[in-house]
Design a protein around this ligand. Structure first.
Ligand code: NG1
Length: 460
């Protein structure tokens, strides 16, 4: 990781002046609760000690110029103005554009002029691994843009703003990543509740560590995996459309679930058992065709498609060969939400066995009901179990990327060696001989829950 001094030297030689500020934005690991945030259900992530760093200086005009310090990805420049046209889908410059476009839209009015900035960035956050390098980059750019323009937001306001802003790149995610990146706390796991947004932190129990391991299956959300990822929020909205139509009459409640996060005893005035009974009698097991889902929601196929099933390019989500598995998706959301609540309680009482058990259960739910795992992440989880992890699961958006394991602190080195031998040298070499030894050698490490993003004047 380059020091700020190295970044400053690069800045000076590229821009011909000294930087005036520095900024950092961490990635995050989600301990438990994936594909819940866009359903307004709580999650339990923490910011990690891997981050994107930047040095910057304001400009007098509205141009934003960002240089990747490794020159790997070059430089991107654009103007902060009312409409910022995106680059093509997979371009890294869309992340800073997303942040700036979100803030400009929020601040526009009164013919306001915006100040731009020059920046040099560097990252030790692996991309496309479910560690939210994308949101870290959005938050980093957003913070710098706010500082140079004197815009002030509370951390929660800024979290919501950046969550909405990131959808500019085409993902239909919730707000977990940006909120964890902004509100992370050293040594703490965050319980994030949505609607309204709220964070509560829980100390990591003594004597355990988090080991993360890259399955080395990339889930680059800018490409095909974006469509895979977006299919999950779309299926959730389809299920909600069906439940919205049927639930009030069956549960005799005036308040339909506007999102799956509203399927709570408190909101619906019914017990959890009643809610489960009704929800899983309204939804049929097995796949829905578009026609079946529309009929169940009391809509035409066209209405259903337009109200919930459009991908980011405005085309309808293609119908999967076995139909939309709405029953399973909702079962994942309802059971995972309860696991998140139980896990928060277990963290509070220091019950690490329960935290671990819930992590394994969560992985199985993402695999069997959520439909966002992959064979490699499943094998990695089982290998972690056999290697003595208290718990292990794929973390983040899924379809590969990192696993997080909860391991007794005295056992981390032996655990990592076992993963190296059984997953990387044996399983992965057999299944993916194309993956390099170099990639495997740096794929497993311990992470520490860390503070959230910050921006400050440079200390000279
Ligand atoms: P990652 O892990 O960065 O792919 C994505 C979404 C989250 C959340 C998780 C799954 C974005 C920016 N991130 O995260 O909101 O839905 O998947 O829990 O869309």
């Amino acid at each position: 990781m380059p020091t700020i001094k190295n970044l400053s030297n690069k800045f000076e030689s590229f821009f011909g002046r000294k930087p005036t500020g520095e900024a950092f934005a961490p990635g995050r690991i989600n301990l438990i609760g994936d594909h819940l945030d866009y359903n307004n259900c709580p999650v339990l992530p923490f910011a990690v000690d891997l981050r994107i760093s930047a040095v910057f200086a304001p400009r007098e005009d509205n141009r934003i110029c960002i240089l990747d310090s490794l020159a790997r990805r070059g430089q991107r420049s654009f103007d902060a103005e009312a409409y910022i046209a995106p680059y093509e889908t997979s371009d890294w410059g869309n992340y800073p554009k997303a942040a700036v476009q979100g803030i400009v839209a929020d601040q526009i009015g009164g013919g306001r002029r915006f100040k731009g900035f020059d920046a040099v960035i560097e990252s030790n956050l692996p991309s496309a691994g479910g560690l939210s390098s994308s949101s870290a980059f959005v938050v980093l750019t957003g913070m710098i843009f706010c500082v140079v323009n004197g815009f002030e937001y509370t951390p929660l306001e800024f979290s919501s703003l950046m969550a909405a802003a990131e959808r500019y790149v085409g993902t239909q995610g919730g707000g977990m990543d940006q909120t964890a990146c902004i509100n992370g706390k050293n040594g703490k796991v965050l319980k994030i509740d949505f609607n309204p947004l709220h964070c509560r932190s829980f100390s990591v129990p003594d004597g355990v560590s988090f080991v993360i391991a890259d399955s080395l299956i990339k889930a680059q959300k800018t490409e095909a995996a974006m469509a895979l990822y977006n299919s999950k929020p779309i299926e959730s909205r389809m299920a909600t459309a069906i439940l919205n139509r049927r639930l009030p009459a069956v549960l005799k409640t005036a308040c339909p679930p506007f999102s799956l996060g509203d399927l709570t005893a408190e909101k619906l005035g019914a017990t959890e058992n009643e809610i489960d009974r009704v929800v899983f009698s309204v939804l049929k097991e097995g796949g829905y065709t578009y026609e079946e889902a529309a009929a169940a929601a009391g809509m035409s196929v066209d209405e259903l498609t337009r109200s919930c099933c459009l991908m980011s390019d405005k085309t309808p989500l293609p119908e999967p060969p076995n139909g939309f598995e709405l029953f399973k998706r909702v079962r994942h959301v309802l059971t995972e939400r309860r696991r998140v609540e139980q896990c928060a309680q277990a963290l509070e009482t220091g019950d690490v066995e329960t935290v671990g058990r819930l992590m394994f259960e969560s992985h199985a739910s993402g695999r069997d009901d959520g439909g966002f795992s992959c064979p490699e992440s499943d094998s990695l989880t089982e290998i972690a179990r056999a290697a003595g992890a208290l718990g292990s699961r794929q973390t983040g958006g899924g379809f590969g990327g990192f696993n997080v394991s909860l391991v007794r602190s005295g056992e981390t080195e032996a655990f990592k060696e076992k993963l190296m031998k059984d997953y990387y040298e044996t399983y992965l070499s057999r299944m993916h001989p194309e993956i390099s030894a170099e990639a495997k050698s740096s794929a497993v490490f311990t992470v520490i829950p860390s503070d959230g993003a910050c921006v400050r004047q440079m200390s000279i």
